[in-house]
Design a binder for this molecule. Structure first.
Ligand SMILES: *Cc1c(COP(=O)(O)O)cnc(C)c1O
Length: 372
């Protein structure tokens, strides 16, 4: 017997999530003093000053368990989004909510899950880990949502349909009215999970989010995260808004303290810090216009984006996406290659602060004009 014979056969096929090189690794490898990271769609202004003060104050309390169910955070979230408290489940990142939804609703070997190809890797991983079939109709031309194809892939055994709006990695988004129509067209068992990780950047948010339309559909779950606009990626905090009967079951099976004491305090403070959020949003919208215009000017094909990143194809076949990615790394600029999404000819860059955007654009200009 091999020691690993003890591992489930389907689990033996897993490869770890590849997050790319860290800033420290890049500095060491290329002997650089400064590294600019535009790879993970984090907040370009860093963390909120109010959050930092609250975290310092809360440090004394970390020997205590948080309150079960994080009632103060849930109340603040319900208030902020105008939904009933019983509909809100906080999680250790929205990743945890995705995992719980699959495990609570999908019967292994019986049910199926539907999502576009390509999609966020966590939908694929958690579905596979549960032994549940994943059906993936392709996106339409230019990464547009083919919503009839998504609905068409469903049947009576479809437990979940994932839709990322705005989408990652393309930045494509549809108005929420189309999502409502999709929800109403699904078979009775299917729940539509709308991942709104980037919806705050979908100017105007109110036209694109399902939360202002809460109550119009009884088969929708909305996912939100504190990792992007709110600047808390490292603390791990996300939420799901869902029908109360479903929230009740997620809370029954969730590990009791997955949202830790500091994440809870930081989340409440981040909700209160409207000026920081406003400044972050303005920085991203301004940077998105600038990067789109300048990259297009350099001959790149830039896909329209409603998120805090841009997907683009570099201009010349001699200096393709992989070369541009590597040449940027050598200059200390980390962006995202999309090979793992099955898009080897495309790149994704997160919108940075003004200085980071300028450094990225200067490097791109040099590469396009002088070769990789
Ligand atoms: C970044 C991202 C999230 C957020 O995940 P967290 O676990 O909350 O950090 C969720 N969905 C998509 C599609 C994302 O890109």
């Amino acid at each position: 017997m091999q020691p690993t014979d003890r591992i489930r056969e389907d689990v033996r096929e897993f490869t770890p999530y590849a997050p790319g090189l860290s800033m420290e690794e890049i500095k060491e490898r290329y002997g650089l003093a400064r590294v600019v990271k535009l790879a993970s769609n984090e907040n370009p202004l860093g963390a909120s000053p109010l959050v930092k003060r609250v975290l310092a104050r809360k440090a004394d309390m970390v020997f205590r368990y948080p309150r079960a169910g994080n009632p103060a955070l849930v109340a603040a979230l319900a208030e902020a989004h105008g939904v009933p408290r019983g509909c809100v489940v906080a999680g250790n990142g929205s990743d945890e909510i995705i995992d719980l939804l699959v495990r609570v609703t999908c019967r292994p070997g019986v049910d199926n899950v539907v999502a576009f190809a390509p999609c966020f890797s966590i939908y694929v991983q958690q579905t596979k880990l549960c032994g549940v079939e994943l059906r993936q109709p392709p996106l339409g031309p230019d990464f547009a949502f083919d919503l009839p194809a998504l609905a068409g892939a469903c049947d009576a055994k479809t437990a979940l349909v994932f839709l990322t709006n705005p989408d990652n990695p393309s930045g494509y988004a549809v108005p929420a009215d189309q999502v409502v129509a999709l929800a109403k067209s699904l078979p009775p068992r299917a729940l539509l999970v709308v991942d709104e990780a980037y919806v705050e950047f979908a100017d105007p948010e109110a036209d694109h989010s399902m939360l202002p339309r809460w109550g119009q559909c009884d088969n929708v779950v909305v996912l939100r995260t504190f990792s992007k606009l709110y600047g808390l990626a490292g603390l791990r905090l996300g939420l799901g808004v869902m029908p109360e009967w479903l929230a009740d079951y997620l809370l029954r099976v969730r590990l009791p303290f997955s949202v830790n004491l500091l994440a809870e305090a930081a989340g409440i403070a981040a909700l209160e810090d409207t000026p920081f959020r406003q400044a972050s949003l303005e920085t991203v919208l301004r940077g998105r216009r600038l990067l789109a215009e300048k990259l297009t000017g350099l001959g790149c094909r830039v896909y329209p984006s409603k998120a805090n990143f841009l997907m683009f194809a570099p201009p010349s076949p001699q200096c393709g996406a992989a070369d541009v990615f590597k040449a940027l790394l050598g200059r200390g600029i980390i962006i995202r290659a999309l090979k793992s999404y099955g898009l080897p000819e495309l790149l994704r860059v997160s919108i940075g602060n003004d200085e980071e955007n300028d450094l990225f654009l200067a490097a791109m200009k040099d590469l396009v004009e002088n070769g990789c």
